[in-house]
Structure formats: structure tokens, C-alpha cells
Design a protein around this ligand. Structure first.
Ligand SMILES: *[C@@H]1O[C@H](CO)[C@@H](O)[C@H](O)[C@H]1NC(C)=O
Ligand SMILES: *[C@@H]1O[C@H](CO)[C@@H](O)[C@H](O)[C@H]1NC(C)=O
Ligand SMILES: *[C@@H]1O[C@H](CO)[C@@H](O)[C@H](O)[C@H]1NC(C)=O
Ligand SMILES: *[C@@H]1O[C@H](CO)[C@@H](O)[C@H](O)[C@H]1NC(C)=O
Ligand SMILES: *[C@@H]1O[C@H](CO)[C@@H](O)[C@H](O)[C@H]1NC(C)=O
Ligand SMILES: *[C@@H]1O[C@H](CO)[C@@H](O)[C@H](O)[C@H]1NC(C)=O
Ligand SMILES: *[C@@H]1O[C@H](CO)[C@@H](O)[C@H](O)[C@H]1NC(C)=O
Ligand SMILES: *[C@@H]1O[C@H](CO)[C@@H](O)[C@H](O)[C@H]1NC(C)=O
Ligand SMILES: *[C@@H]1O[C@H](CO)[C@@H](O)[C@H](O)[C@H]1NC(C)=O
Length: 826
């Protein structure tokens, strides 16, 4: 024995003498633990001793962290339901070898209750915080405190059922901070196809996690960071299901506990504060409370009221629901088609699925072995299937009873939930969404399904607006002077006329590094576009219009103000303009992912767009266009829709840019015929290119070309000396007639399970590019054809330009894809 260790031993002997603590981490019948004593684990991380909770004189035996916290951090209590009323208690080993607590009268207050215990046993407090009882002769562990948790979970403890040791490790809360007896809350893991974590209030669920995806519970990304290292969830065939964790960095001190009001918390020791910090807790919000909104109700913590019925459902009891009594839940408005009798008028119509994004999925999940592509159809084919979801790491999930405990999450990685609704619900919803459109569409196309998937985008938009508001506030402070009497004052830095911001030339010059070529994003038909950064950090795109516009300043300003009021999640937002020094400069939101053409045809192709992303882009572009045509006050016809005018935001959502340019450049939108033709050859409808007649249908034509480009991955002008055809349209038409559309599909994105969808898309594209404007569908019809696969599509007629020549004006304009502006003699 080294000198050092003898010294320590000597020291600890003194310690024993003066403090009454045990010399080691061991308790034996000859060395019991008295009320005044303390047993420390070998590494001094934990201690075992008698304690009284605050406001109480009762004495309990507990295991505590050995830390200088203001009150002892008790992680385990032996006699939680049977306190000792004085300091006469004794923790020792009984004659049968059990660990027992005796009171002053030598009555057994608490026992480890091992039946086949050995005569010769010892108890030891390990440095993990585990108190074990072992057979001294062979070291076999007979009992351990880790198998009987109270309200705290330490490293290596198991929360849940471990069949190999027959333990059911539920955490059970204290009754109150003053009373360690068993309270009403407990926490554990339940396995029902897929493990989920629960907190119960007595026997009723109080909180539930989403299913375990083999790394975290869906929608709880904080588990990845906060646990510092692996959380392990074991679920085996024997019926064990439990969760354990270990700290990645052992210098962190952290643990989990369930407090007396049902909050399960992660606590980390803060050495500088000498106290615990709660790093996260569940439930997080009122929406986390189990079944807050009842059956078929969905909870959104950011809306008011927080509960709403899922689309297609109505409150079971309107009166109670209005009063905020949501537990009654919601009921279906329309019976499912599969439940109705076959004689029903809507016979043959199939139920559909409503997509809800980033959700905490309902309870009572059933895991089915279906592949991703069969998950939906398997659900549809079984009338008892109410909803499905497919989640990587889990697979296909079905629900066959009332959907309960649904929550809208706001984070990436949460699940998309698809809810079964009657066919007619989708049609009804569509009418609500597009009142004008619904009247205009002839019924022949059939009903429409629109899947509302917007709310995530709305959230992003909201975030974005917040940032913008901040930047506006910045400007308001920076330059309080206002735009007055229609005069634009050159000396002012920054002003706001209603919604439009006027930027000073100097500010934009600084933002773009004096319009340096290094900050140039591209050269559009109306002038170059630069990337800029405002003093507050906001990134902008600056479009410096070429001087050819014939408009006066006042007209220009009027148009810009009008255009800037158009707001839609699939339109690039116009932030403001600058008119100093004879310049006409437009300032837009910056889109980090640039334009679609770079992804489809560019050599760089930084990010590959798979089919699902392309489908989202097609649909989003359609929605933006519909807004321009129908839903905005202005009824704008874009006149230059093309891949390079579709910008992509950070999530690759499409945003139409350059809308309203025709207005800004002085084209008259109210006239169906113009002398100024603005557009790009190849995207221009024949009646527009040749006769200057434009309408919504000429935009539909451009959209059709765009659809074909997106599906084929080919630029429409890439065909000039290829495939023996002049245009993409001609090529597509040829393949259509040969019944060989699949050949048109970009081989990089082709997945056989989406073949039907892709072919349908080409079909819709061909309908859009038909030669005669009156044959083309309008945008709302195109959208409904895109979003529902139920409506029958008509057979397309021959598209324009298949005969050969692109346009009679080719000699005047250029053949490249730049926007051109041509004056057409009438
Ligand atoms: C303490 O408990 C003992 C045994 O349960 C009992 O006899 C005694 O009266 C109690 N003392 C007080 C002060 O309650
Ligand atoms: C109990 O175990 C200790 C250590 O193994 C041993 O020294 C002692 O003799 C044993 N006593 C009995 C009664 O078996
Ligand atoms: C668990 O309990 C069952 C039945 O109560 C018993 O048969 C089995 O031996 C126990 N297993 C262990 C490891 O104690
Ligand atoms: C817990 O359940 C009891 C009934 O068992 C109820 O009275 C109490 O309000 C519940 N507590 C919470 C926080 O829900
Ligand atoms: C562990 O955490 C401590 C304190 O935060 C830090 O100084 C140390 O570098 C960490 N060790 C490792 C291996 O990460
Ligand atoms: C339990 O934790 C929650 C959340 O941190 C807190 O609001 C509540 O007051 C705690 N309950 C008690 C009894 O300390
Ligand atoms: C279906 O028809 C049967 C017999 O005609 C009738 O009893 C039942 O109520 C009908 N069900 C529905 C949902 O209309
Ligand atoms: C439909 O689903 C239920 C439960 O999800 C299952 O019990 C039943 O066997 C299924 N029926 C068919 C025909 O697949
Ligand atoms: C739901 O599915 C489970 C498992 O297949 C089955 O036991 C149960 O009866 C089904 N419930 C309903 C209402 O169909």
C-alpha cells in the first residue's frame, strides 16, 4: 500500500471518528448506517444517508448526488411511503440477509424483500448511484436500487420493462416536493408495435411521445443534442422494452426526473451556479397534454384557440367546443365512401387522403410491413384504416380507430400524416378555396382534390416576414423623413410609401459592392440582377432595369407599388425600388437556391431534384400562377414564365419571379392585344408570338412547356439539331402518338412506382400547349388535374409549332432563351 493511500485511510479514519460516516461504501450488519451517518460511493459522486424533505421533519433513507447544491438532490428513496418520525432510524442487514430500515423500536420499516436471501450479504453504494445488495461469498447481486426507481433516472438505469431481471422500471413522482411518497404521476415506455414514451396521471395517459424512430422520438430533435450521447431503447422479443442513456462526456453531470406535477425534466449541473439547470422538460406546452383536443382534433400551440377539428371533421358538441371544452373531440362531416352503401349516388368514388405535414402522429399506431409505395393503397383498401404515415426509420404506420392526440409540430423531421376522407370532402374544400375557379371549371373534369400542404410554408413565410419587419423597423429609425406629395426626394436615404420601400441608390450600391460583377447573379431580359446585403444583414436581389423602358417615373412608381402588394408563397416578394439618378431598380427577396433552370439543365446541378421535388415545384408554380391570374386583385398575366424565372428558396420551394414586368414596362394588361410583345421564344404561345394576343391561356402555354421541361429535364431549345425534331413539344408529341411517353421522362428521376404520375404530368403538359388557346385548360383546372389523379384527362390535340418553324419573328429576336421585347407592327 502506497504512502498516499495509507494517508487517505488515516484521514478517513479521522473522518469516521468525527463525523460518524462509514469508512467505506459498504454497509454490513456490523457496520450499519445510522441517521447521523453517510455512506459515500468510491468516487464520491453519490452519497447515501438519512434526509428530511423541506418543510418536513420526517426522516427517509435516500441516495443523493454528492454536490454542493442548496438542497440535497435526492435521486432515490428507500422508505418513501413509511417515514421515521425521529432520528433513531438505522439502515442495516437483517438476519436473513435483507437490507432493512429499522426504527427506534427495532421494527422493520422497509426491507429489500428478497425471499431467497443469503445469510451473509453486504450492501454497497456504487459510483453510478446504484445501491446493491450482494452475496458476500460469491459477489452475486441479489437486489439493486436501479431496479426500483423512484422519480429519477440516472445513467445506465432502465426506464421500462426488463424481462431479464423482471423489473418494471417506472418512474413514480413524489406526491409533492415535501413528500416523497408515491404521487399520481409515473413515466415509462410502452410498446404497441412501436415504442412510445408515456407519462401517466394515475392510470390515464398524461403525455405521450411520438413513436421511436430508432434514434429519437419523432419530433423531439432535442434528444439528439441534449442527451450528449446515446439514448438507447431496447425492445426485444422477450417483451423487454426500456430506455437507458449514458453521458457522452463523463464530466457532464445530468439526470432526468419526474416532478410532482408531472413534468419530466432533463437537469444538468451548472458548476458555476452550483445548482441544477433544467435543459428541457415534457410536456412542453398545453398541446403536449394527451388528447387535449379529443378524437380527430388537432392541437397547434401557435394558434388560438389551440384546438381545431381536422379538415373534414366538425366538433361533436359545438357548444362545448366554443367554450374551450375540447375533450369531446370531432366527428366526420361526411361518411367515408367505403362505409356507404353501394347504391349511393357517388358510387365508384373512392376516399382520398388529406396530407398534414410535420405532425405528431396519433396514438394507437399499428405498424404494417407495407413498402413505402404500398402504404397508401393498403390503407385505402381496408375500410377500417383511418390514416397512414410513412416514416423513415419506422416504415408504414396505419391507424384503425379514432385518431387521438394529434399535434402540429414545427420542426423538420416530424411526420407527414395522411388522413382518410370521403371523396366529396376534397371537392367541397376546393370550392371554398377557389370560388371563382370553381364556377369557371366545367363539371366535365370532375371534382377536384386539393391537398393543403401550405401551413409549413406559411410558417416559413411568417419567419421571413418577421425578419422583414425588423429590417423595416431599422429603416424607419434610420430615416424618419417621409415621401410627400408624390415627390421623391433624392436626399433621403430610405422612405416608405404605404407598402413600398424606397432605397437610396447609395445604399444599394454599397449593398452590391458598387454593382460589382462579382455580385451579379445573372442577366435577365430586363437588365442584370445582383446579390446584395443590407446593413442589417438581410440579403436582397437587386434588379437594375435597362434604360429602354418608355415609362415615366410616376407611372413606374405606381406600378411598383401595385406589384409589391402581391403576396403569395409561390411569388418572389418585391421589397421596394430605387429611382434616384434616373435609375429604375427593383429590390427583391434573395433566393439562395437561384433558379430552376440551373437545376434542370445546368452543368452544375448542385442539388439533384428527384421526382417528388419536381412535383412540388410544378404544383407550387401552378399555385403562384393561379394567384396571379385569379386570386390577386390585379389579374396579372405573367407573359414570361420560364425555368429561369422560377426561383427556389432554401427548401427548394418554387417562387415565380419577374411577374408584373410587362406592367412595369408599360404593357397594358387590360388590353387583350398589345403592340409590345414581351416573352421568350419557345415559351410563347403562337397567338401571342404571332399576333400579340395574350391571355391567361398564353401563360398556360408557357406553364405547359415548363412542365414538359421539368419532367424531361430537357431545355425546350436543346432540340435544334437533335432527335430529328425542332422542339421539345414536337418530340413530346411524337412520343405521345407512338404511345411511348416514358421515353420523354428524365431517366435520372425515373422510378417505376411514380410512372403513372409522371406520364400524367406529361399528359397535362401537352394539354397546356395545344395550338388553340380555347382548347387549353385554365390554371385552376391544371392544378386540380395535377393534385388529383381521379379526374379523367382529355386527349390532347396537336401542340403549336410542331410543324417546324418556331416563330415568324425569329429573325428579329434572338434564338436564345433570353427575354425579348419586340414591337410588332399591326
Ligand atoms: C414515532 O413513531 C413511533 C412508532 O411508530 C411512535 O410510537 C411514536 O409515538 C412516534 N412519535 C411521535 C412524536 O409521533
Ligand atoms: C461472510 O463473508 C465474509 C466475507 O466473505 C467471511 O469472511 C465471513 O466468514 C462470512 N461469514 C459467514 C457467517 O459466512
Ligand atoms: C421472472 O418472473 C417469472 C415469473 O414471475 C419467473 O419465472 C422468472 O424466473 C423470473 N426471472 C428472473 C430473472 O427473476
Ligand atoms: C390527474 O388525475 C386526477 C384524477 O385522477 C385529476 O383530478 C387531476 O386533475 C389530474 N391532474 C392533471 C394535472 O391532469
Ligand atoms: C468534456 O467536457 C469538459 C467540460 O465541458 C470539456 O472540457 C472536455 O473537453 C470534454 N471532453 C470531451 C472528450 O469532450
Ligand atoms: C414541475 O416542473 C414544471 C416545469 O418545469 C414546473 O412548472 C412546476 O412548477 C414543477 N412542479 C413543482 C411541484 O415543482
Ligand atoms: C345500407 O343499406 C342497408 C339496407 O338497405 C341499411 O339497413 C343501412 O342503414 C344502409 N347503410 C347506410 C350507411 O346507409
Ligand atoms: C383491415 O385492418 C384491420 C386492422 O387494421 C385488420 O384487422 C383486418 O384484417 C384488415 N382487413 C383486411 C381485409 O386487410
Ligand atoms: C384495429 O387493429 C387491431 C390489430 O389489427 C385489431 O385488433 C382491432 O380489432 C382493430 N380495431 C378496429 C376498430 O378495427
Amino acid at each position: 500500500m502506497s504512502f498516499y493511500r495509507s494517508f487517505l485511510l488515516l484521514l478517513s479514519c479521522f473522518y469516521v471518528v468525527f463525523s460518524g460516516a462509514n469508512a467505506s461504501d459498504i454497509i454490513t450488519s456490523s457496520e450499519p448506517l445510522r441517521d447521523s451517518g453517510t455512506v459515500f460511493s468510491s468516487g464520491k459522486r453519490f452519497k447515501l444517508g438519512f434526509f428530511s424533505p423541506r418543510n418536513s421533519a420526517n426522516r427517509y433513507v435516500g441516495i443523493m448526488f454528492n454536490l454542493p447544491s442548496p438542497t440535497p438532490t435526492v435521486v432515490w428513496v428507500a422508505n418513501r411511503d413509511k417515514p421515521i418520525n425521529d432520528s433513531s432510524g438505522l439502515l442495516t442487514l437483517s438476519e436473513d440477509g435483507n437490507l432493512v430500515i429499522l426504527n427506534g423500536l427495532k421494527e422493520i420499516i422497509w426491507s429489500s424483500s428478497i425471499s431467497n436471501s443469503m445469510k451473509n450479504s453486504t450492501a454497497q453504494l456504487l459510483d453510478t448511484g446504484n445501491l446493491i445488495l450482494k452475496d458476500s461469498s460469491n459477489g452475486k447481486v441479489l437486489w439493486e436500487s436501479f431496479q426500483y426507481p423512484t422519480d429519477s433516472l440516472l445513467q445506465l438505469m432502465k426506464m421500462g420493462i426488463d424481462k431479464s431481471t423482471n423489473s418494471t422500471g417506472l418512474l413514480k413522482s413524489w406526491r409533492s416536493p415535501d413528500d416523497p411518497s408515491v404521487g399520481s404521476f409515473s413515466a415509462g415506455i410502452q410498446l404497441q408495435y412501436i415504442p412510445q414514451a408515456f407519462i401517466w396521471n394515475n392510470t390515464a395517459p398524461y403525455w405521450r411521445s411520438s413513436p421511436w424512430d430508432k434514434q429519437i422520438y419523432i419530433g423531439m430533435p432535442e434528444m439528439k443534442s441534449s442527451y450528449r450521447s446515446g439514448v438507447e431503447l431496447v425492445a426485444d422479443n422477450a417483451g423487454s422494452v426500456y430506455q437507458t442513456y449514458s453521458n457522452g462526456n463523463q464530466s457532464w453531470i445530468l439526470y432526468y426526473s419526474l416532478n410532482s406535477t408531472g413534468s419530466y425534466q432533463e437537469k444538468v449541473w451548472d458548476q458555476s451556479k452550483k445548482d441544477w439547470v433544467v435543459t428541457w422538460a415534457n410536456p412542453r406546452s398545453e398541446c403536449d397534454i394527451y388528447a387535449k383536443c379529443g378524437a380527430f382534433g388537432s392541437c397547434n400551440p401557435k394558434s388560438s384557440p389551440i384546438c381545431s377539428c381536422i379538415q373534414g371533421f366538425k366538433p361533436k358538441n359545438e357548444g362545448e367546443w366554443e367554450k374551450g371544452e375540447w375533450s369531446g373531440g370531432c366527428i366526420r362531416r361526411t361518411a367515408l365512401d367505403c362505409e356507404r352503401n353501394k347504391t349511393d349516388v357517388e358510387k365508384g368514388k373512392k376516399d382520398g387522403f388529406l396530407k398534414m405535414q410535420t405532425m405528431g402522429v396519433p396514438d394507437f399506431v399499428i405498424w404494417v410491413s407495407s413498402a413505402k409505395e404500398d402504404c397508401e393503397s393498403d390503407c385505402l383498401s381496408n375500410c377500417s384504416c383511418m390514416a397512414y404515415s410513412y416514416y423513415t426509420g419506422i416504415g408504414c404506420m396505419h391507424w384503425n380507430r379514432s385518431l387521438i392526440d394529434i399535434q402540429e409540430y414545427y420542426m423538420d423531421g416530424a411526420a407527414d400524416l395522411f388522413i382518410r376522407l370521403a371523396y366529396s370532402e376534397f371537392a367541397a374544400n376546393d370550392k371554398k378555396d377557389f370560388p371563382v375557379a370553381a364556377i369557371a371549371i366545367t363539371v366535365s373534369i370532375g371534382s377536384i382534390i386539393v391537398i393543403l400542404c401550405g401551413y409549413l410554408f406559411w410558417k416559413l413565410l411568417a419567419k421571413h416576414r418577421e425578419r422583414k419587419t425588423k429590417s423595416e423597423a431599422f429603416f424607419r429609425e434610420a430615416s424618419p423623413k417621409c415621401y410627400q406629395n408624390g415627390m421623391i426626394k433624392d436626399d433621403i436615404n430610405q422612405v416608405k410609401i404605404e407598402d413600398i420601400t424606397l432605397y437610396s441608390f447609395n445604399m444599394l450600391a454599397t449593398a452590391t459592392d458598387r454593382f460589382h460583377s462579382a455580385s451579379k447573379l445573372g442577366q435577365g431580359g430586363f437588365g442584370p440582377v445582383y446579390k446584395g446585403k443590407l446593413p442589417d444583414g438581410q440579403e436582397i436581389a437587386v434588379k437594375r432595369l435597362s434604360h429602354s423602358s418608355g415609362q415615366g417615373l410616376q407611372e413606374f412608381m405606381n406600378e411598383v407599388v401595385v406589384i409589391s402588394r402581391l403576396q403569395h408563397r409561390n411569388l418572389v416578394r418585391l421589397l421596394g425600388c430605387c429611382t434616384e439618378r434616373g435609375e429604375k431598380i427593383l429590390v427583391y427577396d434573395f433566393m439562395p437556391n437561384r433558379s430552376l433552370d440551373a437545376y434542370l439543365f445546368g452543368s452544375r446541378q448542385e442539388k439533384f431534384l428527384d421526382w417528388s421535388k419536381r412535383a412540388i415545384i410544378i404544383e407550387g408554380t401552378g399555385r403562384g400562377l393561379l394567384y396571379l391570374h385569379r386570386d390577386s386583385r390585379l389579374r396579372i398575366i405573367h407573359r414570361d414564365l420560364k425555368a429561369s424565372n422560377i426561383l427556389l428558396d432554401e427548401y427548394l420551394n418554387p417562387k415565380i419571379s419577374d411577374f408584373g414586368m410587362a406592367r412595369i414596362f408599360g404593357g397594358n394588361q387590360d388590353q387583350a392585344r398589345t403592340i409590345r410583345v414581351v416573352g421568350t421564344y419557345g415559351y410563347m404561345a403562337p397567338e401571342y408570338a404571332m399576333h400579340g394576343r395574350f391571355s391567361e391561356k398564353s401563360d398556360v402555354y408557357s406553364f405547359g412547356v415548363l412542365i414538359l421541361e421539368i419532367v424531361s429535364g430537357r431545355k425546350n431549345s436543346s432540340f435544334y439539331d437533335d432527335e430529328g425534331e425542332l422542339t421539345l413539344l414536337a418530340y413530346a408529341w411524337k412520343l405521345w402518338n407512338e404511345n411511348n411517353i416514358i421515353k420523354l421522362i428524365d431517366p435520372k428521376i425515373f422510378v417505376s412506382s411514380f410512372e403513372k404520375q409522371m406520364v400524367r404530368c406529361v399528359h397535362i403538359g401537352l394539354l397546356c400547349v395545344q395550338e388553340y388557346a380555347e382548347d387549353r385548360p385554365n390554371v385552376s383546372t391544371v392544378l386540380s388535374m395535377l393534385t388529383s389523379d381521379m379526374a379523367e384527362l382529355s386527349t390532347p390535340k396537336q401542340p403549336a409549332f410542331t410543324g417546324g418553324h418556331a416563330s415568324p419573328q425569329q429573325s428579329q429576336g434572338s434564338v436564345n432563351t433570353d427575354t425579348i421585347t419586340v414591337l410588332e407592327p399591326r
